[in-house]
Design a protein around this ligand. Structure first.
Ligand SMILES: C[S@@+](CC[C@H](N)C(=O)[O-])C[C@H]1O[C@@H](n2cnc3c(N)ncnc32)[C@H](O)[C@@H]1O
Length: 200
């Protein structure tokens, strides 16, 4: 029987009542989650470099998930899973407390107009959900090209009890996604942050 988290593009919509790690058959492996991977292949590179960990890509666009699944299948990677849907649902309903080693969110839509700020993915509530899903020592990596959103993200992550370990105006090599490269070409400043959940 086909594992529901494997890659048949016709079956990418995953519905499960079980908490995700159980459905993923995580075992003792670290779980790394990338939210909104778009057309980027960072998760594939990481999965190749860390075969003992499990990587979950979450993306709301079906077209992008299908392409992602095709690339994963072509690369022969067996430690990558995709979730098609709203990442809010994943962090709210599917990830038990302390189950995630890292979240990566590169260039989430900035919704620059004030009246659209409510659509930004990183808010107080989602930051609290990210923090709760992280295991002790787990981290959240975020990058944005929007100064106002960078300030909001920092405030929300700190407000959720995470400690800001690094903040840079350039994206480290491992996280140079397609959007990072685009902003670099345009000479735009970006903010990259790494926050960590410290043991109590
Ligand atoms: C600006 S793109 C960045 C893509 C990629 N991370 C990069 O840096 O190249 C933002 C991505 O987030 C996805 N996205 C937006 N809202 C989402 C949500 N609620 N859940 C999951 N993905 C979402 C979009 O479909 C889009 O692919």
């Amino acid at each position: 029987m086909r594992n529901r988290f494997q890659f048949d593009p016709a079956e990418v919509r995953v519905e499960t009542a079980a908490p995700l790690p159980a459905a993923l058959d995580l075992g003792s492996r670290d779980l790394h989650v990338e939210i909104g991977f778009g057309k980027d292949i960072r998760t594939l590179r990481e999965a190749e470099a860390h075969p003992d960990a499990l990587f979950l890509g979450v993306e709301i666009s079906r077209k992008k998930v299908v392409k992602f699944c095709q690339k994963v299948a072509r690369a022969g990677l067996r430690n990558v899973r995709a979730y098609l849907g709203d990442a809010r649902h994943v962090v709210r309903e599917l990830l038990p407390p302390g189950s995630v080693a890292s979240f990566t969110i590169l260039f989430p839509d900035p919704w620059p107009k004030r009246r659209h700020h409510k659509h930004r993915w990183i808010q107080d509530d989602t930051a609290a959900l990210l923090a709760a899903a992280l295991r002790d020592g787990g981290q959240v990596i975020v990058a944005t090209d929007h100064d106002g959103y960078a300030a909001q993200i920092e405030r929300c992550l700190r407000g959720a009890g995470l400690s800001l370990e690094e903040k840079r105006e350039e994206v480290p090599e491992a996280d140079r996604s397609l959007f990072a490269q685009r902003f670099e070409r345009l000479g735009e400043t970006v903010t990259w942050m790494r926050a960590q959940r410290r043991a109590p």
